[in-house]
Design a protein around this ligand. Structure first.
Ligand SMILES: [Zn+2]
Length: 54
């Protein structure tokens, strides 16, 4: 499998896409703390709603 782990979970999930987008925007704006925030929230969402890595 050559799928990028960071993108894989976002397939078809709007919440993941939104976190991805917000993180990208925060990064583009140089807002490091918001970028980290998005990553943490996204990971929490992944654990809660995708049941990943269980
Ligand atoms: Zn998701």
């Amino acid at each position: 499998m050559s799928a990028q782990p960071d993108r894989e979970a976002a397939e078809g999930c709007r919440t993941c896409e939104q976190f991805d987008l917000e993180e990208a925007v925060a990064r583009a704006e140089g807002d490091g703390s918001r970028e980290t925030d998005c990553r943490v929230l996204r990971r929490r969402h992944l654990a809660a709603d995708h049941d990943d890595g269980a």
